[in-house]
Design a protein around this ligand. Structure first.
Ligand SMILES: [Zn+2]
Length: 162
């Protein structure tokens, strides 16, 4: 499935959340869960600055879905995210049986930028979602949002490695 205008609208909100995260001292990642009726049910953004490095929005979404949605609702939901899920979040998404994922930029793009900027590899390997959760429908990236996301990650890199 390719990206629709509705997909792009939700992804733009993820980018806004990512920007809010960066401006609050966290990392630029934001995500939403949208139900089968198209309603945004939950949104969050990265919150790692206080030391819990697992506070990724996609993991919060998977946890939230465990207590707020039925298995059918989870399967019919779509998770939008500014950056492709890391392996931890892909696994949580897969375990909870959530539906389609749509991302603005891929892990491969993020890794390529880090490499280009001379940053060290992260502690967890960047794998495509399909390597971890092979049955999840995945769409992205969104070229329309690439420049904005690259700029947010560049600002993070400049803060972390001045
Ligand atoms: Zn993650």
């Amino acid at each position: 499935m390719s990206l629709s205008e509705t997909d792009l609208t939700h992804l733009r909100r993820c980018v806004e959340l990512a920007r809010e995260g960066l401006e609050d001292g966290d990392e630029p990642f934001g995500s939403l869960l949208v139900d089968a009726r198209g309603e945004v049910r939950f949104e969050d953004r990265n919150r790692v600055k206080d030391g819990d490095e697992t506070r990724h929005p996609e993991l919060e979404i998977a946890r939230w879905s465990a207590t707020h949605l039925t298995a059918e609702e989870r399967a019919a939901a779509t998770v939008y995210t500014s950056g492709e899920h890391c392996p931890m979040c892909s696994a949580a998404h897969g375990w909870m049986g959530l539906g389609r994922i749509v991302y603005a930029v891929s892990s491969a793009q993020l890794s390529a930028w880090r490499h280009e900027w001379g940053l060290p590899e992260g502690p967890v390997r960047a794998l495509p979602i399909h390597e971890v959760a092979p049955r999840v429908a995945v769409d992205g990236p969104a070229p329309e949002l690439e420049a904005e996301m690259r700029d947010l990650h560049r600002r993070l890199a400049e803060q972390r490695y001045p």
